[in-house]
Design a protein around this ligand. Structure first.
Ligand code: FNR
Length: 448
C-alpha cells in the first residue's frame, strides 16, 4: 500500500471529526453553544448561573492561590512536537483499574450541581454516556446513585464516598454503590471539613443547608432511620427557637432577614427531600434531614486505620482521592489501595497549597511507573491532558468545565465539553507524533 492509500483509508480521528462537526454548521452561520476555549466557557457559564451557583462552583479556598497554582503548574511545561512521523491513526483508549476508557478522561465527582440545573446529576450522566466517558458519582449528588446509574446506560461509573462519622452509613453507601454497579470506590480524603470558601461565606450560602446535594443521604435507609429518630426526639423535646438556626433573636435585622431567607430555605429543603413538596412543607423531616446531615457529614477523625478497614468492607477497587504528598502516596499504596488521585480538590480546600500537577511530578518520581495514578485540579484542555499524561498520570478527571457545559446546554453541554477536550488531545497526539497513550512520555516536554 502506498503512503497515499494509507492516508485515504485511515479514519479521520475524533479530533478532525469534532472540527468538522463545528465548522460545517459554522459555514452556515451557526456557532457552537458551548465554546471550545476554556476561559470563554467559564465566562459564558458564569452569565448563565445564579450568584450562589457561581460562588459554589467556581469558588475556591481563601484568596484562590491554590486555584492559580493549579494553572501555573501547567504553564511551566511545554510540549516539543516531533515532525514527519506519519501518525495517521491514534488510539486514545486505555484501561484503568479494570475499567475500559475510550480516552484517558473521567468526569470528576461534583456535588450540589443542582445549583446549576434541574436533574443535574442525571443530565451529567446522560452527557457522560453520550461521550462514552465514565462518571464518578459524588457523595454530595443531587439524585440517588441508583437513578444516576440508570442514566449511564452501561457506561462505567465509579462512586465517591465522603467518610461519615456514622460507620453504618459508610457501609450502607458502599453496599448501595456495589449493588448499583459502580466499578470502583473513590474515597475523598481532603474534605474532612469544608475549606474556608470565601465566595460562599460572603453570600452565607451553603447548598447542603438548603437541602441541595444530600440526595445520597435522603435516599439511604440508614440515614433516614437517623432522621426519624431525630424527628421523634425533637417532638419529645418541644419546638426550638431562632437560636437553633444560629440567629441572634435580639437583633431584629437578623430576624427580618431570616424570615425572608428562611421561607426560601424551607421551600428548598422541602423540594429537595424525597416525596411531594406539599407533604414535605408540613413535615419536620426535610429540616431534620439537613440537620442530621450537617451532624454526620464527613469525619475530621479520618485516619489510616479507617482506610485499612476498606478491604474487608468492599470487593471494589479502592481509590484514594486528594493525595498531594509523596509519603501519603507511598503509604496509600502500601496499605493496599488500588490507585490514588492526585488532587487538591480544585483549590477548594487549603489555600496556598501545592499545584496538583507539581504534586503529580513529585509523587510519580517517588512511587515509580507502576502504581495507578489519576490526577485532577486545573485540567482545562486536551493539551493539559497531554502534559498530565506525559508527567505520569494514567488518566485525568475533568471537574469544573463539565459543570460549565451543564450550565450552558444541559446534557448536550456536558457532552460537548468532553468531546472538545478529547478532540484536542487527539489532534495534539497526531501533531506531536504519538499514536497511543503509552507514547505520551516525559521526553516530549521541557520545563519552561
Ligand atoms: C468538587 N469536588 C468534589 N470532589 C469530591 O470528591 N466530591 C465532591 O462532592 C466534590 N464536589 C465538588 C463540587 C464542585 C462544585 C467542584 C468544583 C468540585 C472536587 C472535584 O472532584 C475535582 O477534584 C475538582 O473539581 C478538580 O478541580 P478543577 O479541575 O475543577 O479546577
Amino acid at each position: 500500500m502506498s503512503t497515499h492509500d494509507a492516508e485515504r483509508s485511515a479514519p479521520i480521528g475524533v479530533g478532525r471529526a469534532r472540527q468538522n462537526a463545528i465548522y460545517r454548521p459554522g459555514a452556515l452561520g451557526v456557532a457552537p453553544t458551548v465554546p471550545t476555549d476554556a476561559l470563554e466557557l467559564e465566562r459564558r457559564a458564569r452569565r448563565a448561573m445564579s450568584r450562589r451557583a457561581w460562588a459554589y462552583i467556581a469558588g475556591g479556598a481563601g484568596g484562590g492561590a491554590t486555584m492559580r497554582a493549579n494553572r501555573e503548574a501547567f504553564d511551566r511545561w511545554q510540549v516539543i512536537p516531533r515532525m514527519l512521523h506519519a501518525t495517521t491513526e491514534r488510539d486514545l483508549s486505555t484501561r484503568v483499574l479494570g475499567t475500559d476508557l475510550a480516552s484517558p478522561v473521567l468526569l470528576a465527582p461534583v456535588g450540589a450541581a443542582g445549583l446549576v440545573s434541574d436533574e443535574a446529576d442525571l443530565q451529567i450522566a446522560r452527557g457522560a454516556h453520550a461521550s462514552g466517558v465514565p462518571y464518578v458519582f459524588s457523595c454530595q449528588g443531587c439524585s440517588p446513585m441508583e437513578e444516576t446509574a440508570q442514566e449511564m446506560a452501561g457506561t462505567p461509573f465509579w462512586y465517591q464516598l465522603y467518610w461519615s462519622t456514622d460507620e453504618q452509613l459508610v457501609d450502607s453507601m458502599i453496599g448501595r454503590a456495589e449493588a448499583a454497579g459502580a466499578e470502583a470506590l473513590v474515597v475523598t480524603l481532603d474534605t474532612t471539613m469544608l475549606g474556608w470558601r470565601t465566595q460562599d461565606l460572603d453570600l452565607g450560602s451553603l447548598p447542603f443547608a438548603r437541602g441541595q446535594g444530600i440526595a445520597q443521604y435522603t435516599s439511604d435507609p440508614r440515614f433516614m432511620a437517623m432522621v426519624r429518630e431525630r424527628v421523634a426526639a425533637a417532638a419529645r423535646a418541644g419546638a426550638r427557637g431562632a437560636e437553633a438556626l444560629g440567629l441572634d433573636p435580639r437583633r431584629p435585622v437578623d430576624l427580618v432577614r431570616a424570615a425572608k431567607g428562611g421561607a426560601g430555605t424551607v421551600v428548598s429543603m422541602s423540594r429537595e427531600h424525597p416525596g411531594g413538596l406539599r407533604a414535605n412543607l408540613r413535615s419536620a423531616e426535610p429540616r431534620a434531614a439537613v440537620e442530621t446531615f450537617l451532624d454526620i457529614y464527613s469525619n475530621p477523625g479520618l485516619s489510616w486505620e479507617h482506610i485499612a478497614t476498606l478491604r474487608e468492607r468492599t470487593s471494589l477497587p479502592v481509590v484514594l482521592k486528594g493525595v498531594l504528598h509523596e509519603d501519603d502516596a507511598r503509604r496509600a499504596l502500601d496499605s493496599g489501595v488500588d490507585a490514588i488521585v492526585v488532587s487538591n480538590h480544585g483549590g477548594r480546600q487549603v489555600d496556598r497549597s501545592i499545584g496538583a500537577l507539581d504534586a503529580l511530578v513529585r509523587i510519580r518520581a517517588a512511587i515509580g511507573p507502576e502504581p495507578t495514578v489519576l490526577m485532577d485540579s486545573g485540567v482545562r484542555s486536551g493539551a493539559d491532558l497531554f502534559i498530565a499524561l506525559a508527567l505520569g498520570a494514567d488518566a485525568c478527571l475533568l471537574g469544573r468545565p463539565h459543570v460549565y457545559g451543564l450550565a450552558l446546554d444541559g446534557a448536550a453541554g456536558v457532552s460537548a465539553v468532553i468531546d472538545n477536550v478529547v478532540a484536542e488531545l487527539d489532534l495534539t497526539m497526531g501533531l506531536v507524533g504519538t499514536a497511543s497513550i503509552a507514547d505520551i512520555t516525559r521526553e516530549l516536554l521541557i520545563e519552561g
